[in-house]
Design a protein around this ligand. Structure first.
Ligand code: NAG
Ligand code: NAG
Ligand code: NAG
Length: 379
């Protein structure tokens, strides 16, 4: 308001936001803070750039920030983003306000569900991006109806997400809750995520991630992947996912890789998970491909090893509750499963486990057993 916002969510306030940001970013005070008061602000696509003078800067959202509700607002602009912080260190985004992506216009023209439209789009804006950052955080904020991914963390080191709520309809296309790419040393805790795609997804270059106390649903679960699309060399390791609850999701604990990919996924632990009517509670798909089955059989693959599944119970809405579908050429190894009890979500129905080229040990796992015990030959 001090920097000239004009309205209650009707005319574009992005220039005022930018002025407020630039004032904070160039400020010589030790800890500048931008405060978005408890009103509604309409903001066009905008990038908050660093580096900033201060080593710590806070962006407090108490009000509601709404996006243009029609894709035409992005004409001539980068349609992959709405709000972004780029190259800012020591940034804390907090406040109990709401970031409303007004994504319906994008969903209605998305190729995912409207491929018959001549002008359908595959790329839609991410509501909030954190690009190239160190020692930053996002807490207490609400996100609704992003055109595509809600929160992207890319090129960041030491990032904490705590107590966020993300909400989009079950049938909104590609609306991942939080996507992490090329980032290290992250924590995501105490959050509730429901959307039309993965609640949390982990991309190709990610290590040391702690995810805990998550409620996921609706959505596609917590996914490592898809990895290796286009033949990239994947490096994903030290991922710990614990105390998560999945309700009516298509997947629970998922790892999916493209056959054309290379590299590794290793040292992953999923533990203390509860599934309520989940289609694929535990799944590895090493032959991921869109559309399913359309990719050629290959000799390559992303190597998956040292994956632990521990203390899980609940119900599967399909017959195959455990599906470790690994590649023949690059099998999964070092899988350890312990204390898992899954039943059918439908009274009287049976559940089963399927393992292909999956090697490891299991203890007290139902349905099972299914892993192969012998060690695979390392090729
Ligand atoms: C973050 O820290 C790393 C290592 O200290 C450094 O290489 C990188 O440039 C920093 N990133 C930013 C955005 O300053
Ligand atoms: C596996 O990852 C955990 C963190 O999730 C880490 O503490 C541990 O040292 C890693 N183990 C190996 C063998 O790298
Ligand atoms: C395993 O993957 C293959 C190749 O994509 C697929 O044809 C098969 O249906 C999958 N099996 C299960 C049980 O999902």
């Amino acid at each position: 308001i001090d920097y000239g916002t004009r309205s209650e969510g009707v005319t574009d306030d992005s220039q005022a936001f930018l002025k407020a940001w630039n004032a904070a970013c160039s400020s010589a005070v030790e800890h500048p803070r931008v405060i978005i008061p408890q009103k509604t602000f309409f903001v066009n696509p905008i990038k908050f750039r660093g580096p900033c003078k201060a080593t710590k800067i806070t962006f407090t959202i108490l009000g509601t920030i709404i996006a243009p509700n029609w894709p035409i607002a992005w004409d001539g602009l980068d349609s992959s983003q709405w709000l972004a912080f780029d190259n800012v260190n020591g940034l804390n985004v907090d406040g109990f306000g709401t970031i409303d992506g007004q994504g319906k216009g994008w969903w209605d023209q998305s190729c995912r569900y409207h491929s018959q439209l001549e002008q359908c789009t595959t790329l839609a804006p991410t509501a909030l991006k954190f690009l190239s950052c160190n020692g930053s955080s996002l807490s207490n904020t609400n996100f609704i109806n992003s055109p595509q991914t809600h929160v992207l963390i890319k090129g960041c080191n030491e990032f904490e997400v705590n107590n966020v709520v993300i909400e989009s309809p079950r049938n909104s296309p590609n609306t991942d809750g939080i996507h992490i790419h090329s980032s290290h040393n992250l924590q995501i805790t105490n959050s509730k995520i429901g959307s039309g795609d993965d609640c949390i997804s982990i991309g190709d270059y990610v290590s040391n991630v702690e995810i805990s106390n998550i409620m996921c649903g609706p959505g596609h679960g917590i996914s490592i992947g898809s990895l290796g699309r286009g033949g990239t060399y994947v490096k994903v390791e030290k991922i710990h996912i614990s105390n998560a609850q999945f309700e009516g999701t298509t997947n629970g604990a998922r790892i999916k890789t493209w056959q054309i990919g290379k590299g590794y996924v290793r040292n992953v632990t999923f533990e203390n998970l509860i599934f309520m009517s989940v289609k694929n509670p535990i799944i590895i798909d090493q032959n991921y491909c869109v559309p399913r089955g359309s990719c050629k059989q290959r000799e390559t693959g992303v190597r998956i090893s040292d994956v632990t599944y521990k203390n899980m119970y609940g119900t599967s809405s399909t017959k195959i509750a455990i599906n470790l579908n690994c590649s023949q050429s690059v099998p999964c190894s070092g899988i350890f499963m312990q204390s898992i009890q899954l039943e059918s979500a439908h009274a009287g129905k049976q559940v089963a486990a399927n393992c292909n080229s999956a090697f490891g040990e299991e203890e007290n796992v139902f349905p099972g057993p299914c892993l192969s015990k012998s060690k695979p030959l390392i090729n």
